[in-house]
Design a binder for this molecule. Structure first.
Ligand code: DQA
Length: 153
């Protein structure tokens, strides 16, 4: 049994109604419920969190990161702006899988840069809510291999 953290950045609380042509109609509650169920089926514990505030995400990662095995993170707009979020992940040495609903490389050029990508085990982008499921499967795989996937700067 592993402990998996799942964190969502700003505006993802609006999923379901927000820019449906890009993000679809599934709500964040729906995504979390699905992940909790699937993780428990795989024998893992999950803790989910969403915030619109950079500092709150950082505080949450600092508080929970050392007691957890892996972080599935959709940093949303902070992907493209936040050195502080990156440093928080490195600070607690938690392996991270980066998730995006949309394919950030097919959108505005500013979305093509991620401050998280090069410290992540991997990135899943472009499959809507299914991106999170794929990330969970990847997390399960990594945890089962019992590797030491520590992020590198
Ligand atoms: C997003 C992509 C980001 O560029 C954007 O700011 C988001 C959502 C995604 O899941 O596709 O808020 O992370």
């Amino acid at each position: 049994m592993a402990r998996i953290l799942i964190a969502h950045g700003p505006n993802l609380n609006l999923l379901g109604s927000r820019e449906q042509h890009i993000y679809g109609t599934t709500t964040l509650a729906g995504i979390n419920q699905n992940l909790r169920q699937e993780a428990s089926r795989l024998g893992h514990e999950t803790e989910c969190f969403q915030s619109n505030h950079e500092g709150e995400l950082i505080d949450w990662i600092q508080t929970h990161g050392r007691q957890a095995d892996i972080l599935i993170l959709n940093p949303a707009a902070f992907t493209h702006t936040s050195v502080a979020l990156r440093d928080a992940i490195l600070g607690v040495s938690i392996p991270v899988i980066e998730v995006h609903l949309s394919n950030i490389y097919r959108r505005e050029p500013f979305r093509a840069h991620s401050y998280i990508a090069d410290i992540a085990l991997g990135q899943v982008a472009g499959f809507g809510p299914h991106s999170y499921e794929l990330a969970l499967q990847a997390a399960h795989q990594v945890l089962s291999q019992n590797a030491d996937p520590t992020p590198q700067a």
